[in-house]
Design a protein around this ligand. Sequence first.
Ligand code: COA
Length: 323
Amino acid sequence: MNSKITAIGVYAPEKRITNAYFESIIDTNDEWIVTRTGIRERRFAADDQFTSDLCIQAAKNLAADNKGVTLDDVDFIIVSTTTADQVMPNTASQIQNGLGMQNAGCIDIMAACAGFVYGLVLAKGLVAAGTHKKILVFGAETLSKFTDYTDRTSCILFGDGAGVALVEPSDRSKLFNAVTGADGSHGKDLYLSQSSNRVINGEYIEANGKIHQNGKVVFKWAIQTVSARIRELLAKNNMQLSDLDWIILHSANMRIIEGVATEIGCPIEKMLSSIEYYGNTSSASIPLAWNIARTEGKIKPGNKILMLGFGGGLTFAGVIVEV
Ligand code: COA
């Protein structure tokens, strides 16, 4: 059984945080943040707003934007998040309850910024197995609740948001071959530890419930890994760069997107991002970028989009879809 993405929806919290906010709490400035990351602002969830709340609103927006789409007959919910409301119950179950989807299987997956694409890969597999027909794949985060606001190298990066894709059977495949993988030896370079003070590859992991990142190491790994995996993904699908209309990488830093574009020889105009007004939203960044381009009228029916997420783990996952 083939599958395709039939609709997407997004939601970002209302609270806008400009770079000026960080000038008031740490030693930084708007110019540094814009030139080193491409970020102008990000959204923060309210104190009483959590990841499942963002997901529920994203799903409602999907239904509102796509006439005829009903959600009560969704049969599986996959949520990619590293910032769940709580460990148990999982986020997917809270969405199921909030939206009254009585017969949906519910799982959360944790693959950090690669998680949304991992979710699409799993959904494709469920449809192919013939066991499920209507799957919601969420990428959602409330990173602002897990940010270390004393660390100026990381706190300026993160924002909150949610995106969701509806995956359904299709007469021909529009969710093509994927690449997935990880390099666990780099676990120490990007982590959010709640309970275990492990040592990974000689480096101490501090279990303080805050995001820690060795930015320079991840930056270099990202450009090399992402470029190589885009080439692998194209080869796996028997495609050339010219067959793609758009590339959506995880929006971690505009300089990573520019670096990859240079490395693979892709015009920067083909690279879509959500970095400028949402910051790094981890699992949510790819659907947010898709939605920006969609509302700007860039993405058209029949377009082919390569999506590739990368992040904590260090994990990566990429897939090519036809809209
Ligand atoms: N404001 C002002 N100066 C800052 C700063 C800030 N917020 N953060 C760091 N600096 C300073 C540093 O202290 C350093 O100063 P020094 O040269 O006097 O030592 C200088 O700016 C350069 O720091 P550096 O760490 O080399 O910056 P960078 O260009 O690597 O940018 C990141 C830092 C985090 C933005 C960047 O490394 C990055 O985006 N990394 C990858 C993120 C990623 O891909 N994550 C994976 C998915 S989530």
